[in-house]
Design a protein around this ligand. Structure first.
Ligand code: ADP
Ligand code: MG
Ligand code: ZN
Length: 555
């Protein structure tokens, strides 16, 4: 049957060979096994369910999180001469009934639905009548509360289908590969480890860049002066920022579209189309934009602020370069961005173990911004992909002048200071002590004596703090998974303290970050963010605010 799959690949899609992972995933499905496919964004997941859907008898049901994209997928299939449709709330009641009727006649090879559809009796009634090929969960991480885009209605399908005897198998596809999510999906959908297919995560044509200590607007405008003729996406955390960046770029005569949940459905569709059809070259958007979008000629993705974790970052950045052309993934970092993400976690209704997991994931994202090793390698290791043997040679850190400073002595000072402070305090107070500050907190906690040494008095507190972050990123210190990170030594610290190992650090890494009056802005941003996510049907657990924080925000 694999031969047939190969034939269809050529016949319908015009491709000569499968990409990594595709054949294996299709093979498991053809063997009637529940299957999980994990491939990076742009890796070619759609074909993994479409080809077996064509080979096997019956109607394949595809669960997809975004209504706006179903139509595109269906149009694409219809263009190939394949019988497909979607049923969702964008259709009139009458049209929904029509399609449901045809569905019961077995007229479709593929039907796309949102997860909520499984909460309606008429749909369940309809699919009970027909022969089903399989149920495919696209963007399957939405099923797991450990995923970065959990949707309760996705999860509840799991129990619903237990009462549907005519679903012979399920498949799950995602670009998220953290251990918890994979385990959760496997457990919920009864997928054996043999049927979990994971391809390498490296994208050879992407260059990761990390920009610190520069005015963000100015950087973007410089970058676009060089690349603004090409298609690209700029992600910002709030609507307000999206509006203001779009406005700023329009003022500079760039061709801009924008997208966020504050715009009407119609306007969003319109802006999305302008971008997809290359009428506008630059899309400025919140993360409401982009899931499942297949625009192949996006050649840069710029993040205006820190994403919440590496999964989200890699997925969004991965929308660049689907056509295989060299593309840039740029993150504009300022240390202040961390506070917003922390605040979101703190105020969420997640239970403590989930919160601490989110802090841990956020810390990995922050560490990405402080490491001096290859950024691509950093990401791949995060996903437990150790298949690449060399650094990328393209990212900011690989491309830096390479001039390194021996910072072993400073590292010893920091590490011993942390030890002297009983491993009970955060980077802020530690930096003060190292600076030799006379701050009242120093007195309060009894570190006056230690502070008089002023071990690193020749540096600013900011520089010292950055260096501490670096030591965390490089795993000499750990912050645990707390709201207020407490510095503790890791087992790697010992070799440094004993002088058995040296630390050489890229000179460029220690840099100033831009200071802003954050708190004012924070509540404003949080309020908008919360509204936005609610409106976009994206209410992951971490934005379900407690009443207390709501009160504070509405002041
Ligand atoms: P994903 O869902 O994994 O992000 P898609 O299914 O949208 O990725 O596919 C991304 C792009 O890769 C599409 O343009 C698709 O046509 C192309 N593609 C998929 N499989 C192959 C293949 N075997 N050979 C060449 N191109 C492919
Ligand atoms: Mg996809
Ligand atoms: Zn690199």
């Amino acid at each position: 049957m694999i031969a047939e799959a190969q034939k269809l690949l050529k016949e319908y899609y015009g491709f000569d060979s499968f990409r990594r992972g595709q054949e294996e995933i299709i093979g498991h499905i053809l063997d009637n096994k529940n299957t999980l496919g994990i491939m990076p964004t742009g890796g070619g997941k759609s074909i993994c369910y479409q080809i077996p859907g064509l080979i096997l008898k019956g109607t394949a049901i595809i669960v997809s999180p975004l209504i706006s994209l179903m139509k595109d997928q269906v149009d694409a299939l219809e263009t190939l001469g394949i019988s497909a449709t979607y049923i969702n709330s964008s259709l009139s009641g009458e049209e929904q009934q029509n399609r449901m009727h045809k569905l019961r006649q077995g007229d479709y090879d593929f039907i796309y639905v949102a997860s909520e559809r499984f909460e309606t009796n008429s749909f369940l009634y309809s699919i009970k009548q027909i022969e089903i090929t399989f149920l495919a969960f696209d963007e399957a991480h939405c099923i797991s509360q450990w995923g970065h885009d959990f949707r309760p209605s996705y999860r509840s399908i799991v129990s619903t289908i237990q009462n549907l005897p005519n679903i012979p198998m399920v498949m799950a596809l995602t670009a998220t590969a953290t251990t918890e999510v994979v385990k959760d999906i496997q457990r919920l959908l009864s997928i054996e480890s043999e049927a979990v297919v994971k391809t390498g995560f490296a994208r050879e044509n992407l260059s990761f860049h990390l920009i610190k200590g520069r005015d963000k607007h100015e950087y973007i405008s410089d970058y676009l002066n060089k690349h603004g003729q090409e298609s690209g996406i700029i992600y910002a955390p709030t609507r307000k920022q999206v509006d203001s960046i779009a406005h700023y770029l329009e003022g500079k005569s760039f061709s801009v579209a924008k997208y966020h949940a504050g715009l009407s459905e119609q306007k969003r569709q319109h802006e999305q189309n302008r971008f997809i059809q290359d009428e506008a070259t630059i899309m400025v958007a919140t993360n409401a934009f982009g899931m499942g979008i297949d625009k192949s000629n996006v050649h840069y993705v710029i993040h205006f602020a820190l994403p919440m974790n590496i999964e989200a970052y890699y997925q969004e950045a991965g929308r660049a370069g689907r056509d295989g052309e060299p593309s840039d993934c740029i993150l504009l970092f300022s240390g202040q961005d961390t506070h917003l993400q922390k605040f979101l976690i703190e105020q969420s209704m997640m239970d403590e173990s989930m919160k601490s997991n989110e802090y841990k994931k956020l810390q990995s994202m922050v560490n990405y911004c402080h490491t001096d090793s290859c950024l691509q390698t950093y990401i791949l290791h995060y996903f437990h992909d150790y298949s690449a043997t060399e650094d990328c040679g393209r990212c900011t850190n690989c491309q830096s002048s390479g001039e390194k400073q021996n910072r072993t002595k400073e590292a010893q000072m920091v590490l011993s200071c942390v030890k002297r402070m009983d491993e009970r305090f955060g980077a802020g107070l530690t930096a003060k002590v190292l600076k030799g500050s006379k701050d009242k907190k120093i007195k309060q906690f009894g570190f006056e004596k230690l502070s008089t040494y002023g071990l690193m008095a020749n540096q600013t507190e900011k520089e010292i703090t950055n260096f501490i972050h670096y030591l965390v990123a490089e795993d000499y210190l750990t912050t645990g998974d707390q709201r207020y990170p407490i510095l503790q030594l890791t087992k790697n610290a010992e070799a440094i303290l004993k002088g058995e190992k040296e630390i050489w650090m890229l000179r460029e890494i220690v840099q100033q970050t831009v200071q802003t009056d954050y708190k004012e802005d924070l509540f404003e941003r949080l309020r908008l963010l919360r509204k936005e996510m609610a409106a976009a049907d994206k209410v992951p657990p971490y934005v379900l605010f407690s009443d207390v924080s709501l009160k504070e925000m509405s002041r």
